[in-house]
Design a protein around this ligand. Structure first.
Ligand SMILES: O=C(O)CCC(=O)C(=O)O
Length: 512
């Protein structure tokens, strides 16, 4: 691994704060940079020589990150110079993150000028996520990705710029040590380790009845992987790149903060090597291209969809999801306390799920649940936190969901998803009678205006939904509330008997 030759301070964990209710799952642009040939081969050597952690790089790992090395290497270097500090002048006291935050205020021209000031500023000012932000903030209309974010920017704003002749590796700077920049590069270029993919402990079912699904999974709020329920989907047969590009033509889909045509998105995803690749995640896909909506059917288990009573006022509930290998969704709980199903049409996805009472390691929700601080990227979570789950009493549920399979994500469960190859999926969030009371409770919370998502009217959603349910299904809410009370009383009785009886011996337990 990154052993004696490449000492990387693994304790350094980068965190991002994310507001939960902002769409179903949104992410901020971050990271992605390069490594020099020698550094790359150094790490490869390390992998072969000393496999303590076994990190492997993607074969597509580019050949330059401007020579940035992890800070630990400084202690083994013959000299004590860190070019990072010398070239930053008075700014050297700032952390790398802060330097990048400051540079994030600059426009492209000033970033370009700053890159000429010193070797250190050259490295910082070429940090790809800075250019990614500049592109995403400024390029309107067609986004034609061109090798790197910096060259994409230049090609968009300087028509005389000839991207075909540039060398994307850039300059290599000697004696530059930075854990932040190194980790950012590493996370963009790491292969998923086999042991991150090994655990497969989800219950799988094929051909079960709706009653079995409700009894064994929906009612007890447990995940399940359902096989064979997409067999009749037109989407399974037809949806591939060429078909979708032709069908969707000039239609633009939501890709993080920008809208892209499918052709543009695939142009990007074929080239990008990023820690957090852009992800196409569009809730309006079926309005934009009605054929997309008619080429799949809601699996039989999920047909009760009570938010339907709100008609056009219902919160966003279905998404088409397309992303390259490495893209995905970092830890979150689904919006409005809904449950969800996620069907993989092409590709495959690694899932990690924790029950509602277990906050995943490395994830820190604010007390009101409105914000979550978590590692910058999914890959960083695997690198720094996955191993911790091995010793946890409550192990996560994990699986790889392949094309043709559907996962049921019960309400309140934390989940993280990473695409192991380019994937196309459909997901829907829904409310059935099993989680209606949860959803109503959620919508009624005092900070609902911060928590409710997917709709413009966050404050009145509770009243609107409750009234619409009362009108369409009179008495249902009271009936469910009575059932819930009975169940709670039953459970209380059971736990009383558990506490006074020795369940193994079937006898009373006396404690003095
Ligand atoms: O990236 C994915 O496919 C998972 C999406 C997800 O977690 C969600 O829709 O809640």
């Amino acid at each position: 691994m990154l052993s004696s030759k490449t000492l990387f301070s693994r304790a350094m964990k980068r965190k991002k704060r994310k507001k939960v209710p902002d769409g179903k799952m949104r992410r901020k642009p971050v990271s992605g940079e390069r490594i020099s040939v020698s550094k790359k081969s150094q790490i490869r050597e390390c992998n072969e020589d000393d496999n303590e952690f076994g990190f492997g790089l993607k074969s597509s790992a580019p050949s330059s990150n401007h020579g940035v090395q992890p800070l630990g290497n400084l202690y083994l270097a013959s000299g004590t110079i860190n070019t990072r500090n010398i070239g930053l002048g008075n700014m050297q006291i700032l952390t790398d993150e802060l330097v990048l935050d400051v540079l994030g205020f600059l426009d492209a021209t000033h970033l370009g000028i700053l890159a000429c000031v010193s070797k250190s500023f050259y490295v910082f000012a070429n940090h790809e996520p800075l250019w990614r932000n500049l592109v995403l903030d400024n390029v309107k209309g067609g986004l034609l990705y061109n090798k790197t974010w910096k060259y994409t920017y230049l090609a968009a704003f300087y028509p005389s710029f000839d991207g075909s002749v540039v060398d994307i590796s850039g300059l290599r700077v000697r004696d530059f040590y930075s854990d932040y920049l190194f980790q950012s590069w590493l996370c963009a270029n790491l292969e998923m380790k086999p042991e991150w993919l090994e655990r497969d402990n989800i219950v799988r079912r094929k051909g079960i009845s709706v009653e079995e699904f409700v009894l064994n999974f929906e009612e007890p709020n447990k995940p399940v992987l359902l096989e064979g329920c997409l067999d009749n989907w037109v989407a399974r047969e037809k949806w591939n790149r060429d078909y979708l590009i032709q069908l969707c033509d000039d239609v633009r889909f939501s890709v993080g903060p920008v809208d892209m045509k499918l052709e543009e998105f695939f142009l990007y995803s074929d080239q990008a090597i990023e820690e957090r690749p852009l992800y196409l995640f569009d809730p309006k896909f079926a309005d934009k291209v009605p054929r997309l909506g008619s080429e799949y059917d809601v699996p039989v288990y999920f047909r009760e969809d009570l938010f339907g009573v709100l008609g056009k006022e219902r919160p966003d509930y279905r998404w088409i999801i397309i992303g390259p290998s490495g893209s995905g969704s970092s830890f979150h709980i689904d919006p409005n306390s809904t449950s969800a199903w996620n069907a993989v049409i092409r590709g495959s996805k690694k899932w990690v799920l924790f029950p509602p009472d277990v906050v995943p390691p490395g994830v820190h929700p604010s007390p009101d649940g409105a914000e979550v601080a978590c590692p910058v990227s999914i890959i960083e979570w695997f690198m720094n936190f996955y191993a911790a789950t091995k010793t946890w009493e409550k192990k996560p549920i994990e699986c790889i969901c392949k094309a043709g399979e559907v996962i049921f994500v019960p309400n309140g469960w934390w989940h993280l998803v990473i695409n192991l190859e380019e994937s196309i999926a459909i997901t829907q969030n829904y409310v059935s009678r099993r989680n209606l009371l949860n959803v109503l409770d959620f919508l009624k919370r005092p900070n609902a205006s911060m928590l409710v998502s997917g709709t413009k009217d966050r404050v009145n959603l509770y009243d609107k939904f409750k009234n619409a349910i009362d009108a369409s299904f009179p008495g249902t809410i009271d009936q469910l509330a009575r059932k819930a009370e009975e169940k709670a009383a039953e459970q209380k009785k059971l736990s009383f008997w558990d506490s006074v009886s020795d369940s193994n011996a079937g006898a009373f337990k006396f404690s003095f």
